[in-house]
Design a protein around this ligand. Structure first.
Ligand code: FAD
Length: 450
């Protein structure tokens, strides 16, 4: 007689929820344990007053066809396809994203442009000859090896420092390899070409930062995806325990203040250092290594504005404002109440308990000044202001983090029946589709073990 496998999943973000669905579909029994009293983790959205506010605008990519088809089925007619149409404000100009070659040519002073293109060409040649990208150790080395010195100084250096509050020389090259869009000379040249005969656009043959894409959203914003995933988990017979405060994880039990749950297979999607801190069996060297794996928190300001359109496109990235990105999800189909108003989602990185995290009035003042300066909206047009925080926005790839991650992973590999995955659990930067795929792969691994 075959026995039903049971899988206990920590975290009801999209990774944990999709893992739960995958496991249930394969006949396993599933319990999901979530600290918050809502699903979605980083991709959650919140209803405040009459409107939904994303915690950082979240749209689904269709780049994993199987995951996309599955999610499209689950979202049904709530899914709204939308063209990726973003902007980058840089040097007093607005550039379309995905990058358009002609925009770049028109937007830069010819001397600067010449230096940057020459820098890109030299970096490209050096990389082909000496594999400089692969050899880079710090993010500074990797950015120069990828984009060339002039573009690094002009575009990346200060912004990267401000974003992480860490100079690029103190970040690992791995961050650039995993997180930054690929942009090479060939991409740019192809981008500047006219449409090819036969209707095939040059856009189709380039990759990374220049690729046109359709994203998927909904009229209630990012809350939809976690909601439909959580509903599916429960429909398939899985159990989700919300508001759980885990005190300790032993090799066989998860102990909270008021309960303890025995497990046979544990799939963790919670932040890796939290998993290690809670694990009673983790030795001191592993605990010490886990403490070196840190996250950059994020703050999101959700505004309701008395103005029916504030931005061109879905969102705009800024290099020298207090915020890094402002999104206007109404431009992607979010239903806004009243209909002639707009919802703005303003994103910034911060440090735990700093003025941004604590919603200090001085920060709101800076936000207002920058919104006004960018012509997005005026202070008197703002009629609601909501503040959201998440301590685990981005894993920080600090210089030499790799050795700490390896120490933790080696120990985890020895723990039979425990798998740590997802954005937080693998300490990496996936999009939602990748995080869901990671959940499914982890379930396959668990179910393949006898
Ligand atoms: C600003 C921003 C914008 C983004 N936009 C997009 C986008 O447009 N498209 C896209 O594809 N991706 C986007 N991403 C990436 C996306 O958010 C992630 O890929 C995805 O949400 C990761 O899901 P996850 O389940 O792996 O992690 P999480 O969502 O972080 O889930 C982890 C879960 O574990 C829970 N947890 C933590 N500690 C405990 C504990 N002790 N006990 C129990 N539970 C615990 C958390 O509450 C959370 O629910 C964006 C990310 C950011 C930061």
């Amino acid at each position: 007689m075959t026995q039903t496998k049971d899988i206990t999943i920590l975290g009801a973000g999209v990774c944990g929820l999709y893992a739960a669905i995958s496991a249930l579909r394969r006949g396993a029994s599933v319990t999901v344990i979530e600290k918050n009293d809502f699903p979605g983790g980083l991709a959650a959205g919140f209803k405040r007053g009459g409107n939904f506010f994303d915690q950082g605008v979240h749209m689904l990519h269709a780049t994993d066809p199987e995951i996309y088809a599955d999610i499209a089925g689950l979202m049904g007619d709530e899914r709204i396809p939308v063209n990726l149409d973003a902007r980058i404000h840089w040097n007093n100009r607005s550039y379309r994203y995905p990058l358009k070659g002609l925009d770049l040519l028109a937007g830069m002073n010819p001397f600067q442009l010449g230096r940057c293109v020459l820098g890109l060409v030299i970096a490209d040649l050096q990389n082909r000859l000496n594999h400089t990208q692969a050899a880079a150790i710090s993010a500074e080395d990797a950015l120069i090896a990828t984009y060339g010195d002039p573009l690094y100084e002009f575009f990346f250096k200060d912004f990267t420092h401000r974003y992480w509050n860490i100079p690029p020389s103190q970040l690992s090259a791995e961050f650039v390899r995993r997180k930054m869009p690929r942009l090479n000379v060939l991409d740019l040249v192809k981008k500047c070409l006219p449409k090819l005969p036969g209707g095939r656009s040059a856009d189709l043959v380039v990759a990374g930062a220049t690729t046109d894409e359709t994203l998927h959203y909904s009229k209630t914003g990012s809350e939809t995806l976690p909601r439909v995933l959580a509903n599916e988990v429960e429909k398939l017979g899985g159990k989700i325990i919300y508001g759980s405060d885990i005190l300790e994880i032993t090799p066989t039990e998860i102990r909270s203040l008021d309960s303890s749950i025995r497990f046979h297979n544990l799939l963790s999607t919670i932040p890796l250092p939290v998993l290690i801190r809670l694990s009673s069996a983790a030795p001191p060297a592993v605990l010490d290594a886990a403490k070196e794996l840190k996250f950059k928190p994020i703050v999101t300001h959700g505004l309701l504005v008395r103005k029916n359109k504030c931005l061109e496109g879905l969102y705009t990235y800024y290099r020298n404002r207090i915020f890094h990105r402002v999104g206007e999800p109404g431009n992607a189909g979010l239903e806004v109440n009243p209909a002639d108003h707009s919802v703005l989602i303003i994103e910034m990185t911060c440090d735990r308990d700093d003025a941004k995290w604590n919603d200090d009035p001085a920060i709101r003042k800076r936000v207002l000044e920058d919104l006004t300066a960018e012509g997005i909206c005026l202070p008197e047009e703002i009629i609601e202001w909501h503040h959201f925080t998440n301590p685990h926005g981005y894993p920080i790839y600090q210089l030499h983090f790799e050795k700490h991650l390896a120490t933790v992973q080696q120990w985890l590999d020895q723990q039979k029946h425990v798998v740590s995955t997802g954005r937080q659990g693998a300490f990496t930067f996936p999009g939602m589709h990748n995080a869901m795929r990671m959940g499914q792969v982890a379930v396959d691994l668990i179910l393949s073990q006898s």
